[in-house]
Write a protein that binds this ligand. Structure first.
Ligand SMILES: Nc1nc2c(ncn2[C@@H]2O[C@H](COP(=O)(O)OP(=O)(O)OP(=O)(O)O)[C@@H](O)[C@H]2O)c(=O)[nH]1
Ligand SMILES: [Mg+2]
Length: 437
């Protein structure tokens, strides 16, 4: 929609991988191999997105787009756990809508309130050390898990900008021309009234620090408050602006008197909503390049009920006076008490993407070209954490596949000697004699 103006960014977030579990053994005198004592790996760091009231744009993401949390530390001998990977917080302005796509489904979360947090990417679990794998028949397990990979997602951020400054005036006064010279916006400009049919927004920059969003709305005419012309629909777009630039055609090109124009527009604003007429106004006396405007200037300065500092002659078409106008607007914006920003509330519950609940034991078997693919939360995690160089770990996967009914389901589906089964990124070869290798 033409009246929406968004700041957008796409970032990638990667949570930390879990640390690997250790497969170590106690050293004892005279015993070449003591009991297993390998500790677990630590969990990888999560990535959170946090709504920070100090921010109001997504501009900082043009400099940095990739975010990765720390990996968990590996487990050590003597049952020492690996350290947790540090979590990472990525700051966004309140009001940012964030989206990601997981397994073909798009999820959306609105970080509306200051302090709201989204667990955007979950850190991987630490791998188990070999202390967990002793059984009565297996005293010296050479099994330790790898850490689980962290979640890795592309996230789209979208922030709806609200105009700080509204341009009002009669049709043809030069509002769109002004917007086109103070921002990158390219609104249609033409020498007839009602050129602008939809509000346009642009980001204006003044000096090094002041940036604000300016809305150019369709021209107002007498009766706009009551629905005449196009202006009425769009008056609501200036309701939330903090400063109004009132553009007056000082040359009276269309045969009206600029002083009347000024009073009429303010009367429309007042009738639509009295507060609008009281909003800080900077008046741009436009088309100063025309002799008629020069002639009117002295009278307008004398008769307009506007303070001298807020009455600025310009020629939008040649940019004359435009810098001065914008500096004054920036000044007025700064004078206003910034709407007290609610402080960040850190007691809000942490949001999640809201993925559907699934039974981790559920699995599904699909064909993938020549191969078979097994999907399932638990089996995929197990395989991702398995060190296939350890024969005992491979045995363990086989046992889980059998116990979970996955082997039977594969055989029933037609699995044959020599077929390849894919689980996550792992390829396994089925051999009837050894089962998986
Ligand atoms: N001479 C002169 N003409 C100008 C100046 N600024 C705008 N114009 C002309 O005035 C006409 C109207 O300009 P727009 O910017 O389209 O006016 P608008 O206020 O957006 O008009 P609507 O969208 O119809 O409400 C165009 O022909 C512009 O070229 C100026 O500083 N000097
Ligand atoms: Mg216009």
């Amino acid at each position: 929609m033409a009246n929406d103006f968004f700041d957008r960014a796409t970032i990638s977030v990667r949570a930390g991988k879990g640390g690997n579990g250790a497969a170590t053994f106690r050293r004892e005198k005279f015993i070449p191999r003591g009991g297993p004592n390998g500790g677990d790996g630590g969990r990888g760091g999560h990535v959170y997105l946090v709504a920070d009231p100090e921010l109001n744009t997504l501009l900082h993401f043009s400099f940095e787009r990739k975010f990765a949390a720390e990996a968990g530390g590996h487990g050590h001998k003597n049952k020492m756990y690996g350290a947790y990977g540090a979590d990472l917080e990525v700051r966004v302005p309140p009001g940012t809508v964030v989206r990601t796509t997981i397994d073909g489904v798009t999820y959306e979360v609105d970080l509306a309130l200051p302090g709201q947090r989204l667990l955007a990417a979950r850190g991987g679990k630490g791998g188990l050390g070999n202390v967990h794998f002793t059984t009565s028949t297996r005293q010296a397990p050479r099994i330790a898990e790898y850490g689980e990979p962290g979640q890795d997602l592309m996230i789209e951020l979208e922030l709806k900008l609200i105009a700080d400054v509204g341009l009002v005036g009669f049709p043809n006064a030069g509002k769109s021309t002004l917007l086109s010279v103070i921002s990158a916006a390219q609104p249609k400009i033409a020498n007839y009234p009602f050129t602008t049919l939809q509000p346009n927004l642009g980001m204006a920059t003044v000096g090094d620090y002041d940036r604000f969003v300016v809305a150019d709305i369709p021209g107002l005419i007498e009766g706009a408050h009551a629905g005449v012309g196009l202006g009425h629909d769009f008056l609501r777009h200036i309701e939330r602006t903090r400063v109004i630039i009132h553009v007056v055609d000082a040359a009276g090109v269309d045969g009206r008197d600029p002083l009347d124009d000024f009073h009429q527009i303010n009367a429309e604003l007042r009738q639509y909503r009295p507060e609008l007429a009281d909003r800080p106004q900077v008046v741009a006396l436009n088309k100063l390049d025309l002799p008629e405007a020069q002639e009117n200037l002295e009278r307008l300065r004398r008769d307009l009920p506007v303070e001298r500092a807020d009455l600025i002659p310009i020629a939008a078409a040649t940019r004359e006076g435009v810098d001065l106008l914008m500096r004054r607007v920036a000044e007025r914006l700064r004078e206003l008490p910034t709407a007290a920003r609610p402080p960040a509330d850190d007691t809000l519950p942490v949001l999640e993407w809201g993925l559907p609940e699934v039974d981790p034991n559920d699995f599904a078997i699909e064909r993938e070209g020549e191969h078979w693919r097994v999907r399932g939360v638990k089996i995929e995690r197990l395989v991702a954490m398995t060190n296939f160089d350890q024969p005992e770990s491979v045995d363990r996967v086989q046992r889980v596949l059998d116990a979970a009914g996955i082997s039977d389901a594969l055989l029933k589906a037609g699995l044959q000697e020599g077929d390849t089964v894919l689980v996550g990124a792992q390829e396994m070869l089925w051999s009837d004699a050894e089962r998986f290798t």
